[in-house]
Design a protein around this ligand. Structure first.
Ligand SMILES: Nc1ncnc2c1ncn2[C@@H]1O[C@H](COP(=O)(O)OP(=O)(O)O)[C@@H](O)[C@H]1O
Ligand SMILES: [Mg+2]
Ligand SMILES: [Zn+2]
Length: 228
């Protein structure tokens, strides 16, 4: 069955200037990018209209993040190089907003990869251990993390830390900064807590790479407790 009437599923048109891609390619890529992004199912279907911006502070944060996503660009002239550090208490909507930004960037057919930090470290650790066919190897995971145009690192500072995790954090942030590739970091930790848990080298690099957006705990409620 033909899905695209415009190009008869050829995915391109011939013109005098050569082949040009059909709009349907964009849609196919978008679906594939959503699949590959690892955005958790809970947040895949969320829209900005689902965000209840209950106070002026949250409205401002939403506006700022929406503009960031709107302006996100990978062209050489207008490249987005800064990331975001979304900082605040549990249940304030940090993961939700990070995923909404990710979805808008994917709509521009730009790949995004989401990793919850504990999953990332679990996968990296497992990659050392055994090498069966279904398991990624360390370099596969790291290449993806280092090279994707936009990386989301969710819940930084929530996991137990060690010399190894500190090194991985630094490797990721330093490498992406050097290559001007933005990261969106979410964390429940204050700057002091981040420094204690992950180290000053990570914190100072994060400050260079990311614009900080603070979710004020006293103004924004914990949405996980709403209705309880
Ligand atoms: N402003 C909001 N309006 C509506 N739902 C929200 C809002 N903020 C968070 N939520 C919902 O509350 C839950 C917790 O949000 P989450 O983004 O995981 O918080 P955080 O990452 O800050 O801990 C999620 O199901 C999310 O969709
Ligand atoms: Mg979260
Ligand atoms: Zn088509």
């Amino acid at each position: 069955m033909i899905h695209c009437q415009k190009c008869n599923d050829n995915h391109y048109f011939m013109t005098e200037d050569g082949a040009i891609p059909c709009e349907c390619v964009k849609e196919i890529n978008r679906k594939e990018y959503i699949r590959n992004s690892q955005i958790p199912p809970l947040f895949r279907d969320k829209e900005w209209k689902d965000v209840n911006a209950s106070c002026a502070e949250l409205k401002k944060i939403c506006r700022q993040c929406l503009n960031y996503a709107k302006n996100f660009n990978i062209s050489r002239e207008n490249k987005t190089t800064k990331g975001l550090l979304l900082q605040g208490g549990v249940g304030r909507g940090k993961t939700l907003i990070a995923c909404l930004i990710a979805k808008m960037v994917i709509d521009k057919v730009i790949p995004v990869v989401y990793y919850n930090i504990s999953n990332l470290f679990k996968n990296l650790r497992n990659s050392y251990r055994k090498r069966d066919i279904n398991q990624y190897d360390y370099d596969d995971i790291m290449d993806k993390v280092l090279e994707v145009p936009l990386l989301i690192l969710d819940d930084v500072g929530a996991t137990k830390t060690s010399e190894w995790t500190t090194e991985q954090f630094y490797l990721i942030i330093d490498n992406r900064l050097a290559n001007q590739r933005p990261v969106i970091i979410t964390t429940n930790c204050s700057d002091d807590e981040l420094e204690n848990r992950i180290g000053y080298r990570f914190l100072s690099r994060t400050r260079e790479l990311c614009e900080k957006i603070t979710f004020p705990d006293d103004k924004i409620k914990d949405y996980r407790l709403v209705g309880i």
